[in-house]
Design a protein around this ligand. Structure first.
Ligand code: ZN
Length: 151
C-alpha cells in the first residue's frame, strides 16, 4: 500500500510540475473562474464543446500542488467525454474523496488516474483543493459567468 501511495504522490508531483493542458484556450466557448479561499487556489478553466462533448479543455491559474495536479489530471480525464459522463465522473471522484469507505473501492476502479487523489481524504481541508477544478468545470458547463468559490 505504501508503494501505491508513493506512486500516487509521484503522479501528483509530476502533474504539479508539468501541468497538462495549461494555458488559455483562445477559441473557448465556455469558461469559468474558481477560487478556494481556504488555500488561495485560483484557476480559470476554458472549454470548447462540440454538441454535447468536451472537445478541448485548458486551464491556467496558481495554487497548491493538489489543486494544480487535480486540474491537470481532470483535463486529461474529461476531454472527449460527454457532459453527462463528466457529471458521473465527478460524482465518483467526489465519493472517492468524501464518500464512505464502502463505495470507495468501487469508485476507485472506474476513476483511472484520478484515483491518485485517494490519499487526500485523510486531509479534509485539501478536499476542496482537489474538487475546485471540478466545481469550476461544472460552472463553465452551466455557463455561469460569476466566479465560483468553494466556500
Ligand atoms: Zn489548495
Amino acid at each position: 500500500m505504501s508503494d501505491l501511495l508513493d506512486l500516487y504522490q509521484e503522479v501528483i508531483l509530476d502533474h504539479n510540475k508539468r501541468p497538462r493542458n495549461f494555458g488559455k484556450l483562445e477559441d473557448a466557448d465556455h469558461s469559468a473562474e474558481g477560487h478556494n479561499p481556504l488555500c488561495g487556489d485560483r484557476l480559470e478553466l476554458y472549454l470548447r464543446l462540440g454538441d454535447d462533448t468536451i472537445e478541448e479543455v485548458r486551464f491556467q491559474g496558481s495554487g497548491c500542488a493538489i489543486s494544480k495536479a487535480s486540474a491537470s489530471l481532470m483535463t486529461e480525464a474529461v476531454r472527449g467525454k460527454t457532459v453527462s459522463e463528466v457529471e458521473e465522473l465527478f460524482e465518483k471522484f467526489h465519493d472517492l474523496l468524501t464518500g464512505d469507505p464502502s463505495v470507495r473501492g468501487q469508485a476507485g476502479s472506474e476513476l483511472g488516474k484520478l484515483a491518485v487523489f485517494e490519499g487526500v481524504r485523510e486531509f479534509p481541508v485539501r478536499v476542496k483543493c482537489a474538487t475546485l477544478p471540478w466545481h469550476t468545470l461544472q460552472a463553465a458547463l452551466a455557463g455561469k459567468s460569476r466566479p465560483v468559490t468553494t466556500e
